[in-house]
Design a protein around this ligand. Structure first.
Ligand code: G4P
Length: 539
């Protein structure tokens, strides 16, 4: 296949994730997007899955979830001429580092906000990750059919939180019971609100051009007049939509609607196709430290493992490595190589997510996700290439480890099992299920996580897969920062003073464990030459 053909396929790809706080409407919106694009035909199928995921939290359920989430973690749909990959960001109790890492595998994010609640804590954490990587963000303000905050107030809040200007693409007329519809500012028309959970498209909706303002004023009275006023205000104050600025994460286009009513959803899907960027070049670091960029249309296949998932069945030690394709074309049966070890990767099975097509198409391009089932030899952050890539290809930069926010101390019930514990934690650490810290001045090992469920899963898996019983107890630490310093003397002074709060992670990188944000500020003030990093890039 020529580079031109590969380039055409790349141009058709859109890979994104939805970021939101629980209950803002992510599941509902996902379902409507799938429904609109024809990927599913029955409303309710995604919601049913969510219900089964959260029905109970016993251990069997966690096991089941691990199975279910393989199938549901990537949803591919065809819309217009585009292949859209929607990656699930686990939320609720299963919030974990995986949630963060998924965001390293996308080219854009769709932020869903509940009109009544504005920007909520979990969304804020996910925004931070997007901001660090300059991921373009589209914003959808959901639940306009309910009383909520004033749209102008919401825009203000979003601007503050995102640190970038909002550019409304649609504007609501009324809200709650008086929700009349949305004005499409580009098309200069208003689409009148019609409730309907089973709509497949907007075709039946009534659309009135803004040139018929009298009709709209007569129909929506004060609400329309207010919307007109606000639009006038915004036209003067807000910047115009600038695609380059959006792609550089310097402004966010904002849409209003009601997910549950399939209202305002088509605009979002169209924006993904029209505005969101296709996959771009990615950075690779060679063994000698030099860097180069790999364009997505280059002929050689390459990708990066952004998620590793153990098999549900603990008697099989196989894992699924989720690879985001970064360049070239993957074809089934292709010979693959893990760059870190220079060894061949021989998956026992390969999953692609082209469920919508009738024939089994076993190829993938930049932006697509492939799941390789293997018996080992692959870990989080690995770069996979076809076997023809030079050994000096290098590894994709940037799969980050995020500073844990929750810590627990591990104690063995049976001290004779310490070897099994080490092995178990090493493997679970390789999967990214948990982060392990060893205090530099002795003491019990610490486990670090960003979500509570990570501890429960690790404790359960240590028992089920490694026959190790551990007790997890609370810890005084509430955060970690990886530390570096160019000045040896300043570093020594710091390590002497902070010895009781220092630990090494699985890659032997030094970290400072903090008891509170205040503790960190104080330590930073005392040691201005030491740099405290909230992320560690894959070593
Ligand atoms: P999540 O995945 O972000 O956690 O949210 P989810 O889609 O499950 O939505 C959370 C709740 O908000 C659901 O109600 C859903 O029906 C409701 N919802 C989503 N979009 C809208 C909207 O545009 N307007 C209104 N009024 N409600 C919306 P639930 O009571 O938890 O579930 P259900 O029994 O109604 O399905």
């Amino acid at each position: 296949m020529s580079n031109v053909q590969i380039a055409d396929e790349v141009q058709r790809r859109r890979t994104f994730a939805i970021i939101s706080h629980p209950d803002a409407g992510k599941t509902t919106l996902t379902e409507k997007l799938l429904l609109f694009s024809g990927a599913i035909h029955i409303a309710g199928s995604v919601k049913a899955r969510k219900a089964s995921r959260h029905a109970t939290s016993d251990w069997m359920e966690i096991e089941k979830q691990r199975g279910i989430s393989v199938a549901s973690s990537v949803m591919q749909m065809l819309y217009r001429d585009c292949v859209i990959n929607l990656l699930d960001t686990p939320g609720h109790k299963d919030f974990s580092e995986d949630t963060y890492r998924v965001l390293t595998a996308v080219d854009a994010a769709l932020m869903v906000i509940d009109a009544a609640n504005g920007v909520e804590p979990q969304t804020r954490r996910l925004i931070e990750v997007c901001r660090q990587r300059d991921t373009p963000i589209l914003t959808f303000v959901n639940k306009m059919d309910r009383e909520g905050k004033e749209p102008l107030e919401l825009l203000d809040e979003i601007e503050q939180e995102l640190g970038m200007p909002c550019v409304p693409m649609t504007w609501p007329v009324g809200q709650g019971k008086a929700f009349g519809g949305i004005v499409d500012l580009r098309k200069q028309q208003m689409r009148l609100f019609k409730a309907g959970a089973d709509k497949r498209s907007d075709e039946g909706d009534e659309v009135v051009p803004l040139s018929q303002a009298d009709t709209l004023r007569a129909r929506f009275g004060h609400d329309y007049a207010l919307a007109e006023q606000n639009i006038e205000l915004l036209t003067a104050a807000a910047p115009a939509f600038d695609e380059a600025a959006f792609v550089a994460a310097k402004q966010t286009p904002v849409f209003f609607g009601s997910g549950v009513n399939n209202f305002g959803v088509q605009e979002v899907l169209d924006a993904l196709v029209d505005l969101a960027p296709p996959p771009a070049s990615r950075h690779v670091t060679r063994a000698d430290g030099s860097e180069h960029e790999v364009p997505p249309q280059s002929a050689g296949f390459s990708g990066v493992v952004f998620k590793v998932q153990a098999n549900m069945d603990p008697s099989h030690r196989d894992r699924i490595a989720f690879v985001r394709v970064n360049s070239g074309r993957y074809t089934s049966g292709m010979k693959l190589r893990v760059q870190r070890t220079a060894k061949e990767l021989r998956p026992t099975s390969v999953v692609t997510f082209l469920s919508q097509r009738r024939e089994a198409v076993e190829e993938a391009y930049a932006g697509d996700i492939i799941g390789f089932t293997t018996h080992g030899g692959v870990q989080l952050g690995d770069t996979i290439t076809d076997s023809e890539a030079p050994a000096s290809f290098g590894t994709y930069t940037g799969l980050p480890f995020f500073a844990p926010e929750l810590f627990q101390t591990v104690e063995l019930a049976n001290p004779m099992k310490s070897k099994q514990l080490q092995q178990g934690l090493l493997q679970l650490g390789e999967e990214g299920a948990i982060q392990v810290f060893r205090p530099t001045v002795g003491g019990s090992m610490l486990l670090g996580a960003v979500g509570q469920l990570q501890f429960e899963v690790v404790q359960h898996r240590l028992k089920a897969e490694y026959s190790v019983d551990v007790r997890l107890t609370g810890s005084r630490f509430h955060g970690a920062r990886w530390v570096t310093c160019d000045d040896d003397a300043a570093m020594r002074k710091f390590t002497d003073e902070a010895a009781s709060k220092l630990a090494l992670d699985a890659a032997d990188t030094l970290a400072y464990l903090m008891t509170s944000p205040y503790d960190l500020r104080l330590t930073q003030d005392r040691h201005p030459k030491v740099v405290f990093h909230p992320l560690r890039e894959h070593a």
